[in-house]
Design a protein around this ligand. Sequence first.
Ligand SMILES: C[S@@+](CC[C@H](N)C(=O)[O-])C[C@H]1O[C@@H](n2cnc3c(N)ncnc32)[C@H](O)[C@@H]1O
Length: 229
Amino acid sequence: MDTAQHKARLRQYFDGVGFERWSAIYGGQARLSGVRRSIREGHTTMLGRAEQWAELPPAGTPATALDAGCGTGLFSLALARRGFQVAAADLAPQMAEATAKAALDAGLSDRITTRVSDLEELTGSYNLVACFDVLIHYSAEPFVQMLRHLASLCENTLLFTYAPYSPLLAAMHRVGGFFPRSERRTEIQMIHDHTVRATLADCGFTKGRARHVGKGFYHVILVQARRHA
Ligand SMILES: C[S@@+](CC[C@H](N)C(=O)[O-])C[C@H]1O[C@@H](n2cnc3c(N)ncnc32)[C@H](O)[C@@H]1O
């Protein structure tokens, strides 16, 4: 399957059954299975840490941010509350709509614009670019291409997650295949650390802070990278 077909599949998934599943995980639904609860807890920890790493630029520099693959808008809202002017984009129309609605409900629609778009179609320049739990759905070649594109949009701080390669995780994902259909995750693609480091260096970025966030079936590396001066 080529990347365009893969994106079309992801768009269909996150605009349908995936929207229901992930908005239950990201939202306030009280009754969740153990697998989904662990994903919610891991994701909440990751976003909390990312928020701490999302520093506002110095006074005089516009605090602009892009949330690429915004999902239901949890991080777009957090950025807007911190004072960023946020462009939120998602491949799946239902996700982008959920972000727009969340912004409206929170009284933040003047700080958040939303659009339906593949992140590789986005243009512009942002002080901060965030992309969480999106690249985890792409194998090494599109991963590198997409990370390069995100870097090209970023003036200063790039925050993103990837699924690190580990034999243990590979085994867990194989076990995941035996869960009941309703519990199965979307396929996660593991990426070697050296691929991430080399791509960032090639784009003029340094991998600054990195933190492994692991909880049950949620395992990602959160990265804060900065453009060289
Ligand atoms: C697991 S959700 C993460 C949502 C959000 N970033 C968060 O952490 O709360 C993955 C999201 O990435 C979006 N996505 C996947 N591929 C994308 C692409 N090429 N461009 C933009 N969004 C994409 C999906 O539609 C989905 O909303």
